[in-house]
Design a protein around this ligand. Sequence first.
Ligand SMILES: [Zn+2]
Length: 291
Amino acid sequence: MSYATRYAEIKAYNPHGLRGTLRNVALDGLATAYQVGGRMERALQRPRVQFLYIHHTFTDELAGLERLIKDLARHHSFISHSEAVERVRNGTIDKPYIAFSSDDGFKNNLDGGRLLHAHGISACFFVNPGLIGLQDMDSVQRICAERLSFPPVEFLRWDDVAELQRLGHEIGSHTMEHRNMAATESALMREDLEQSRQILTEHCGSVSHFAFPYGRFTDITPQSFRDVFTVGFESCASAERGCHIGNGAVPSNSLCLRRDHVVLDWPLGHVRYFLANNALNANAANNLFPA
Ligand SMILES: [Zn+2]
Protein backbone atom coordinates (compact mmCIF):
# COMPACT_ATOMS: atom_id res chain seq x y z
CA MET A 1 0.00 0.00 0.00
CA SER A 2 1.37 3.43 -0.93
CA TYR A 3 0.09 6.99 -1.19
CA ALA A 4 -1.42 8.34 -4.40
CA THR A 5 0.79 11.12 -5.77
CA ARG A 6 -0.88 11.86 -9.13
CA TYR A 7 -4.40 13.05 -9.94
CA ALA A 8 -4.51 10.37 -12.65
CA GLU A 9 -4.66 7.81 -9.79
CA ILE A 10 -7.65 9.60 -8.23
CA LYS A 11 -9.49 9.62 -11.55
CA ALA A 12 -8.82 5.90 -11.99
CA TYR A 13 -10.24 5.32 -8.48
CA ASN A 14 -13.37 7.43 -9.22
CA PRO A 15 -14.05 7.08 -12.95
CA HIS A 16 -16.41 9.74 -14.32
CA GLY A 17 -17.69 7.65 -17.23
CA LEU A 18 -20.53 8.82 -19.47
CA ARG A 19 -21.86 11.34 -16.96
CA GLY A 20 -18.54 13.22 -16.98
CA THR A 21 -18.39 13.24 -20.76
CA LEU A 22 -21.94 14.59 -21.08
CA ARG A 23 -21.18 17.25 -18.46
CA ASN A 24 -18.13 18.38 -20.46
CA VAL A 25 -20.13 18.62 -23.70
CA ALA A 26 -22.89 20.61 -21.94
CA LEU A 27 -20.38 22.99 -20.33
CA ASP A 28 -18.60 23.52 -23.68
CA GLY A 29 -21.96 24.63 -25.13
CA LEU A 30 -22.80 26.92 -22.21
CA ALA A 31 -19.35 28.51 -22.21
CA THR A 32 -19.55 29.17 -25.96
CA ALA A 33 -23.03 30.72 -25.64
CA TYR A 34 -21.74 33.11 -22.94
CA GLN A 35 -18.98 34.38 -25.21
CA VAL A 36 -21.47 35.77 -27.76
CA GLY A 37 -21.50 39.58 -27.74
CA GLY A 38 -18.85 39.78 -24.99
CA ARG A 39 -21.27 38.65 -22.26
CA MET A 40 -18.63 36.51 -20.53
CA GLU A 41 -16.06 39.35 -20.51
CA ARG A 42 -18.54 41.84 -19.06
CA ALA A 43 -19.68 39.38 -16.38
CA LEU A 44 -16.09 38.67 -15.28
CA GLN A 45 -15.43 42.41 -14.94
CA ARG A 46 -18.27 42.79 -12.43
CA PRO A 47 -17.04 43.92 -8.98
CA ARG A 48 -17.53 40.98 -6.60
CA VAL A 49 -15.74 38.62 -4.25
CA GLN A 50 -15.42 35.11 -5.63
CA PHE A 51 -14.13 32.41 -3.29
CA LEU A 52 -12.53 29.45 -5.09
CA TYR A 53 -11.42 26.25 -3.44
CA ILE A 54 -9.37 23.27 -4.48
CA HIS A 55 -8.64 20.06 -2.55
CA HIS A 56 -5.32 18.93 -3.87
CA THR A 57 -2.35 19.83 -6.01
CA PHE A 58 -0.92 16.48 -7.08
CA THR A 59 2.30 16.55 -9.13
CA ASP A 60 0.37 16.33 -12.42
CA GLU A 61 -1.88 19.28 -11.41
CA LEU A 62 0.68 22.00 -10.73
CA ALA A 63 0.79 23.14 -14.37
CA GLY A 64 -3.04 23.41 -14.21
CA LEU A 65 -2.83 25.63 -11.12
CA GLU A 66 -0.33 27.89 -12.91
CA ARG A 67 -2.63 28.10 -15.96
CA LEU A 68 -5.63 28.91 -13.76
CA ILE A 69 -3.81 31.67 -11.86
CA LYS A 70 -2.67 33.32 -15.11
CA ASP A 71 -6.15 33.13 -16.60
CA LEU A 72 -7.91 34.52 -13.50
CA ALA A 73 -5.35 37.35 -13.25
CA ARG A 74 -6.71 38.78 -16.53
CA HIS A 75 -9.88 39.94 -14.74
CA HIS A 76 -9.29 39.63 -10.98
CA SER A 77 -7.17 40.80 -8.06
CA PHE A 78 -6.16 38.06 -5.62
CA ILE A 79 -6.79 38.75 -1.93
CA SER A 80 -6.43 36.70 1.25
CA HIS A 81 -9.40 34.90 2.81
CA SER A 82 -9.35 37.39 5.70
CA GLU A 83 -9.42 40.41 3.39
CA ALA A 84 -12.19 38.80 1.31
CA VAL A 85 -14.28 38.16 4.43
CA GLU A 86 -13.77 41.76 5.56
CA ARG A 87 -14.76 43.13 2.15
CA VAL A 88 -17.96 41.08 2.09
CA ARG A 89 -18.77 42.02 5.70
CA ASN A 90 -18.23 45.74 5.07
CA GLY A 91 -19.68 45.77 1.57
CA THR A 92 -16.45 47.30 0.19
CA ILE A 93 -16.33 45.45 -3.09
CA ASP A 94 -15.02 47.82 -5.72
CA LYS A 95 -13.33 45.38 -8.13
CA PRO A 96 -13.45 41.71 -9.15
CA TYR A 97 -11.64 39.80 -6.40
CA ILE A 98 -10.66 36.14 -5.99
CA ALA A 99 -9.80 34.46 -2.67
CA PHE A 100 -8.30 30.95 -2.86
CA SER A 101 -8.74 28.24 -0.27
CA SER A 102 -8.00 24.53 -0.07
CA ASP A 103 -9.75 21.88 2.02
CA ASP A 104 -8.78 18.58 3.68
CA GLY A 105 -5.08 19.17 4.38
CA PHE A 106 -3.33 16.77 2.03
CA LYS A 107 0.46 16.87 2.02
CA ASN A 108 0.41 17.99 -1.62
CA ASN A 109 -1.21 21.26 -0.47
CA LEU A 110 2.35 22.28 0.33
CA ASP A 111 3.31 22.23 -3.37
CA GLY A 112 0.18 24.26 -4.19
CA GLY A 113 0.98 26.66 -1.35
CA ARG A 114 4.49 27.22 -2.68
CA LEU A 115 3.22 27.89 -6.20
CA LEU A 116 0.51 30.30 -4.98
CA HIS A 117 3.15 32.10 -2.90
CA ALA A 118 5.42 32.41 -5.96
CA HIS A 119 2.54 34.30 -7.62
CA GLY A 120 2.10 36.54 -4.57
CA ILE A 121 -1.16 34.84 -3.53
CA SER A 122 -2.19 34.13 0.07
CA ALA A 123 -4.68 31.26 0.41
CA CYS A 124 -6.53 29.76 3.39
CA PHE A 125 -5.94 26.05 4.06
CA PHE A 126 -8.88 24.46 5.90
CA VAL A 127 -7.43 21.46 7.73
CA ASN A 128 -8.66 18.70 10.02
CA PRO A 129 -6.41 18.82 13.12
CA GLY A 130 -7.30 15.20 13.97
CA LEU A 131 -5.79 14.08 10.64
CA ILE A 132 -2.63 16.23 10.64
CA GLY A 133 0.40 13.96 10.82
CA LEU A 134 -1.69 10.78 10.60
CA GLN A 135 0.78 8.06 9.59
CA ASP A 136 -0.98 4.75 10.29
CA MET A 137 -1.72 3.45 6.80
CA ASP A 138 -4.88 1.53 7.75
CA SER A 139 -6.35 4.70 9.31
CA VAL A 140 -5.32 6.87 6.34
CA GLN A 141 -6.87 4.37 3.94
CA ARG A 142 -10.11 4.15 5.93
CA ILE A 143 -10.51 7.93 6.39
CA CYS A 144 -9.68 8.67 2.75
CA ALA A 145 -12.15 6.04 1.50
CA GLU A 146 -15.01 6.77 3.93
CA ARG A 147 -14.82 10.55 4.24
CA LEU A 148 -13.25 11.68 0.96
CA SER A 149 -13.89 8.88 -1.59
CA PHE A 150 -10.16 8.78 -2.29
CA PRO A 151 -7.41 6.17 -2.31
CA PRO A 152 -4.85 6.78 0.48
CA VAL A 153 -3.31 10.26 0.19
CA GLU A 154 -0.70 11.52 2.64
CA PHE A 155 -1.83 14.26 5.06
CA LEU A 156 0.11 17.38 6.06
CA ARG A 157 2.25 17.26 9.21
CA TRP A 158 2.39 20.12 11.70
CA ASP A 159 5.76 21.32 10.36
CA ASP A 160 4.16 21.50 6.88
CA VAL A 161 1.34 23.60 8.34
CA ALA A 162 3.97 25.91 9.85
CA GLU A 163 5.64 26.22 6.44
CA LEU A 164 2.32 27.21 4.84
CA GLN A 165 2.01 29.95 7.45
CA ARG A 166 5.59 31.10 6.79
CA LEU A 167 4.63 31.40 3.10
CA GLY A 168 1.92 33.87 4.13
CA HIS A 169 -1.05 31.50 4.00
CA GLU A 170 -3.85 31.28 6.57
CA ILE A 171 -5.02 28.15 8.38
CA GLY A 172 -8.69 27.46 9.10
CA SER A 173 -10.70 24.61 10.62
CA HIS A 174 -12.55 21.95 8.65
CA THR A 175 -13.68 20.00 11.82
CA MET A 176 -11.48 17.52 13.70
CA GLU A 177 -11.76 14.59 11.27
CA HIS A 178 -13.94 15.74 8.36
CA ARG A 179 -17.25 15.06 10.07
CA ASN A 180 -20.57 15.66 8.31
CA MET A 181 -22.22 18.07 10.75
CA ALA A 182 -25.74 17.37 9.48
CA ALA A 183 -25.28 13.75 10.60
CA THR A 184 -23.80 14.61 14.02
CA GLU A 185 -25.54 14.90 17.37
CA SER A 186 -25.53 18.56 18.50
CA ALA A 187 -23.42 18.22 21.70
CA LEU A 188 -20.73 16.37 19.76
CA MET A 189 -20.89 18.96 16.97
CA ARG A 190 -20.15 21.78 19.41
CA GLU A 191 -17.36 19.79 21.11
CA ASP A 192 -15.75 19.07 17.72
CA LEU A 193 -15.79 22.75 16.72
CA GLU A 194 -14.33 23.83 20.07
CA GLN A 195 -11.64 21.16 20.02
CA SER A 196 -10.56 21.91 16.44
CA ARG A 197 -10.32 25.62 17.25
CA GLN A 198 -8.33 24.97 20.41
CA ILE A 199 -5.79 22.63 18.76
CA LEU A 200 -5.32 24.91 15.75
CA THR A 201 -4.90 27.92 18.02
CA GLU A 202 -2.17 26.06 19.99
CA HIS A 203 -0.25 25.20 16.81
CA CYS A 204 -0.97 28.18 14.58
CA GLY A 205 -1.79 31.15 16.79
CA SER A 206 -5.19 32.72 16.26
CA VAL A 207 -7.59 30.84 13.96
CA SER A 208 -10.53 32.81 12.57
CA HIS A 209 -12.00 30.84 9.72
CA PHE A 210 -14.11 27.70 9.39
CA ALA A 211 -15.32 25.70 6.36
CA PHE A 212 -17.95 22.95 6.58
CA PRO A 213 -16.94 19.49 5.31
CA TYR A 214 -18.98 18.55 2.21
CA GLY A 215 -20.39 22.07 2.50
CA ARG A 216 -23.72 21.90 0.68
CA PHE A 217 -26.53 23.59 2.60
CA THR A 218 -27.97 20.12 3.26
CA ASP A 219 -24.71 19.26 5.10
CA ILE A 220 -25.09 22.28 7.42
CA THR A 221 -27.79 22.54 10.09
CA PRO A 222 -28.97 25.94 11.46
CA GLN A 223 -27.61 24.86 14.87
CA SER A 224 -24.17 23.96 13.50
CA PHE A 225 -24.07 27.26 11.58
CA ARG A 226 -24.75 29.22 14.82
CA ASP A 227 -22.25 27.10 16.79
CA VAL A 228 -19.41 28.06 14.43
CA PHE A 229 -19.69 31.67 15.66
CA THR A 230 -20.53 30.75 19.26
CA VAL A 231 -17.23 28.87 19.69
CA GLY A 232 -15.34 31.89 18.34
CA PHE A 233 -14.79 31.52 14.60
CA GLU A 234 -15.29 34.78 12.69
CA SER A 235 -16.22 33.35 9.30
CA CYS A 236 -18.05 30.33 7.99
CA ALA A 237 -17.75 28.93 4.47
CA SER A 238 -20.04 26.61 2.55
CA ALA A 239 -19.33 24.79 -0.70
CA GLU A 240 -22.35 26.21 -2.53
CA ARG A 241 -21.55 27.95 -5.81
CA GLY A 242 -21.93 31.71 -5.98
CA CYS A 243 -20.15 35.01 -5.41
CA HIS A 244 -20.66 38.05 -3.19
CA ILE A 245 -21.47 41.59 -4.31
CA GLY A 246 -21.37 44.77 -2.25
CA ASN A 247 -24.61 45.20 -0.37
CA GLY A 248 -23.94 47.21 2.76
CA ALA A 249 -22.61 45.64 5.94
CA VAL A 250 -23.42 42.02 6.83
CA PRO A 251 -23.35 41.00 10.53
CA SER A 252 -20.52 38.54 11.03
CA ASN A 253 -22.65 35.85 12.61
CA SER A 254 -25.12 35.70 9.71
CA LEU A 255 -22.56 35.68 6.87
CA CYS A 256 -22.31 32.33 5.09
CA LEU A 257 -19.64 32.38 2.38
CA ARG A 258 -20.23 30.78 -0.99
CA ARG A 259 -17.28 28.99 -2.57
CA ASP A 260 -16.87 27.41 -5.98
CA HIS A 261 -15.01 24.13 -6.27
CA VAL A 262 -12.40 23.92 -9.02
CA VAL A 263 -10.51 20.85 -10.20
CA LEU A 264 -7.27 21.84 -11.87
CA ASP A 265 -7.67 19.69 -14.97
CA TRP A 266 -10.99 21.28 -15.92
CA PRO A 267 -10.87 23.31 -19.16
CA LEU A 268 -10.41 27.02 -18.34
CA GLY A 269 -13.51 27.82 -20.41
CA HIS A 270 -15.61 25.81 -17.93
CA VAL A 271 -14.18 27.68 -14.94
CA ARG A 272 -14.83 31.00 -16.71
CA TYR A 273 -18.41 29.90 -17.40
CA PHE A 274 -19.08 29.08 -13.72
CA LEU A 275 -17.60 32.39 -12.56
CA ALA A 276 -19.47 34.43 -15.19
CA ASN A 277 -22.69 32.64 -14.28
CA ASN A 278 -22.13 33.49 -10.60
CA ALA A 279 -21.44 37.14 -11.48
CA LEU A 280 -24.63 37.40 -13.57
CA ASN A 281 -26.77 35.77 -10.86
CA ALA A 282 -25.25 37.38 -7.75
CA ASN A 283 -27.66 38.89 -5.24
CA ALA A 284 -27.74 39.98 -1.60
CA ALA A 285 -29.25 36.68 -0.43
CA ASN A 286 -25.94 35.00 -1.37
CA ASN A 287 -24.50 36.46 1.85
CA LEU A 288 -26.80 34.52 4.15
CA PHE A 289 -27.35 30.94 5.29
CA PRO A 290 -30.86 30.13 4.03
CA ALA A 291 -33.32 30.36 6.92
ZN1 LIG B 1 -13.47 18.57 2.87
